[in-house]
Ligand binder design. Structure first.
Ligand code: ADP
Ligand code: GLC
Length: 491
């Protein structure tokens, strides 16, 4: 197959921005399909029909109905179009998806007890479309699956004749979709899949293993995380399996949506700017300080954090360095929600330093853009980070990232060293160990740099703004992966 063949691609995910989002998977599913369409492919997105998703998609019609075993009512496939032109199918099974709460959790924060059933149905609907058993009059050449929620697609398809090629992208190996053996039996999955070479993982049913074992090609979202996944430290016991597939396993760095994240055309921030008018960023800083009740201090280095409050993100390390930042005259703004203890620990630090820290516990897209536009530096001390998007948004907004040297953070931010300063490539600060002391080392370097020479700091920020962080090149890598998967199928 040549690179200029037009492919039909069904892009399957459990969330996609702007329809429904809990994390970075939604950003990717909301923007990569559009980039692939720019390459000439007919890419269509498929998601579960959560109530918010139907509402936000606007005009939808019934494109097909599917009869599925165990369901009395036929499952409807709704069709609409995203604002970016990507056609979108929604699998409408109200008993599974029409609920308050988020895609995975009930309003009280517990996982839905029937997640295995919900995403098995989603996967079976994807297969029905893949095998042209729906009335859509459209069949994909490639099904691109993402994360454990789509992990059953490849194994269930693997024995079907005339099937599409399958790609499985791991966005985060920490979330695997593990269920007990009785769930396997209840779902009436083919018995031959219950083996160590199949879906069984330490006596449990593993959805993510389905994708890793059976997809024609497997990838993750950065080259460094791809290498890390082959080690015991990051592989959760799946490193051996991934090592077996190294010739079919790769890392492709995420791009970002240049329309949604553009400091020169962002309706959520008060003052637009680009690298030619970098000094206007200062006005966003002032607005942000005011919005978070901090004193107007143009010369205080303002650090930001946005993200889920979970151990992965190293938020506890940030809490350790806040007193030091404040001693050196800095300020910190944090936006996030997640584990109760981390939320509480953040509240406590904020109460201790109300005039030097700003805090918003919750999920708020407007504030996320304002923090990116208004801060000078961005803290991302993740223990592991498959790709990470906020450090990339930070680069685009001239907000210098301070990152742990891991996963996509290591691949996207170039550390300040004598060499990178001389050749003008430096864009941020790295540190290695996941400790408060190591993070402090990087924060101190940033403070010294900022306080020593504002023009050098500006150069660092502007170098970040000038990186090509769009999907253009990564979409071509996905295109190449699809072509490889199709040729695997032919041989
Ligand atoms: P992950 O997917 O592991 O959470 P990423 O960095 O890939 O990490 O993506 C996180 C995405 O979620 C980013 O778009 C970020 O802006 C957004 N986000 C996380 N927490 C919040 C929040 N509290 N409010 C608004 N946006 C948030
Ligand atoms: C996951 C990862 C994050 C990545 C995102 C999108 O949620 O934790 O690092 O950026 O997926 O691929």
């Amino acid at each position: 197959m040549s690179t200029n063949s037009k492919l039909n691609i069904l892009f399957a995910a459990s969330e996609a921005a702007p329809l429904i989002k809990t994390g970075g998977l939604a950003d990717v599913a909301g923007s990569l399909p559009a980039a692939l369409r720019e390459l000439g492919h007919d890419v269509r997105l498929i998601l579960p029909a959560y109530p918010q998703t139907i509402d936000k998609l606007g005009k939808v019609s019934t494109a097909a109905t599917l009869k599925m075993g165990g369901h009395q009512q036929p499952i409807r496939i709704l069709r609409g179009t995203l604002d970016n032109g990507v056609p979108c199918y929604l699998v409408d099974a109200p008993e599974y998806f029409s609920r308050q709460g988020n895609p995975y959790l009930s309003p009280n924060g517990h996982e839905w007890g029937d997640n295995a059933e919900r995403f098995a149905l989603f996967s079976r609907a994807i297969i029905a479309i893949g095998q042209n058993r729906s009335q859509l009059k459209w069949q994909p050449d490639v099904i691109h699956c993402n994360d454990w929620q789509t992990g059953l697609v490849a194994p269930l398809l693997s024995t079907e004749p005339g099937r599409p090629a399958t790609i499985f992208t791991i966005h985060n190996l920490a979330y695997q979709g593990l269920f007990d053996q009785s769930t396997f039996n209840r779902l009436e999955l083919p018995e031959e899949l219950w083996t160590l070479h199949g879906l069984e993982f330490h006596d449990q049913l593993s959805y993510i293993k389905g994708g890793i074992v059976y997809a024609d090609r497997v990838n993750t979202v950065s080259p460094t995380y791809a290498k890390e996944l082959l080690t015991a430290e990051f592989g959760y016991g799946l490193e051996g399996l991934l090592s077996h597939r190294t010739d079919h396993f790769s890392g492709i760095i995420n791009g970002i949506d240049y329309q949604e994240w553009d400091p020169n055309n962002d309706s959520r921030i008060p003052h637009h700017y680009d690298h030619h008018s970098f000094q206007l960023k200062q006005l966003n800083k002032q607005a942000l300080q005011r919005a978070f009740g901090l004193p107007d201090k143009p010369d205080a280095l303002l650090f930001g954090y946005i993200g889920r409050l979970v151990a992965q993100k190293g938020v506890d390390l940030i809490l350790q360095v806040i007193p030091g930042i404040i001693d050196r005259g800095g300020q910190v703004i944090m936006l996030g929600s997640g584990e109760a203890e981390l939320e509480q620990a953040m509240e406590e630090v904020h109460q201790r330093f109300p005039k030097q820290t700003g805090l918003f516990i919750g999920y708020d897209e407007d504030r996320a853009h304002q923090v990116e536009a208004g801060c000078d530096a961005f803290l991302m001390p993740s223990r592991f980070e498959p790709c990470g998007l906020n450090q990339i948004y930070s680069l685009r907004y001239g907000t210098v990232p301070i990152v742990r040297h891991t996963g996509g953070l290591a691949d996207t931010v170039i550390d300040v060293t004598p060499e990178t300063l001389t050749n003008g490539t430096a864009t941020g600060f790295h540190f290695n160990k996941a400790t408060g002391t190591a993070l402090w080392g990087a924060v101190e370097r940033a403070l010294d740099f900022y306080q020593h020479s504002r023009s050098h700091w500006e150069r660092l920020a502007i170098t970040g703004m000038q990186q090509d962080l769009s999907w253009a090149s990564s979409a071509e890598h996905y295109q190449a992966l699809y072509i490889k998967a199709l040729s695997d199928l032919e041989t």
